[in-house]
Write a protein that binds this ligand. Structure first.
Ligand code: ZN
Ligand code: ZN
Length: 135
């Protein structure tokens, strides 16, 4: 089965949708143009200013990446928020330096105490020990 290319009008319309209206969602573009996907995808790739495609990590839908939205990784702000909210889980197992309790924290954190009170308690203890040593 050969791919029937888009007409010149369709290509111009596609160009307008992306560069005039700023529609980067591949699904939305397919809906606006109508018809089978392969020729639409091919035509998008060939547009001047189009870099390629990216996939939104949240909805797994494609986004058109152009020279104007090079760093766009999500199809919309909502999905970006959603993604970070669901993927920011406390996975780093740490043992509290004060009470010895195991606790989980975000992988990018480096807390050594399970709580503020433990941090304060430990600080007090160190102070006391230093005082004892001075005696
Ligand atoms: Zn998305
Ligand atoms: Zn603790």
């Amino acid at each position: 089965m050969s791919i029937i290319p888009l007409t010149k009008e369709q290509i111009n319309y596609l160009d307008d949708l992306i560069f005039e209206e700023g529609i980067y969602s591949y699904e939305e573009l397919v809906k606006r143009i109508g018809g089978p996907r392969p020729p639409i995808r091919k035509a998008i790739r060939q547009l001047k200013g189009v870099v390629g495609f990216a996939t939104c990590p949240q909805c797994k839908r494609d986004i058109v990446v152009t020279i104007f939205n090079r760093n766009q990784k999500f199809c919309c702000i909502e999905h970006k928020k959603k993604y970070f909210n669901t993927h920011r889980k406390k996975t780093k197992l740490t043992i509290c330096k004060n009470c010895g309790k195991e606790f989980y924290q975000y992988s990018f954190r480096n807390n050594v105490y399970c709580s503020c009170s433990c941090a304060a308690e430990h600080r007090e203890m160190v102070k006391r020990e230093q005082k004892e040593l001075k005696k």
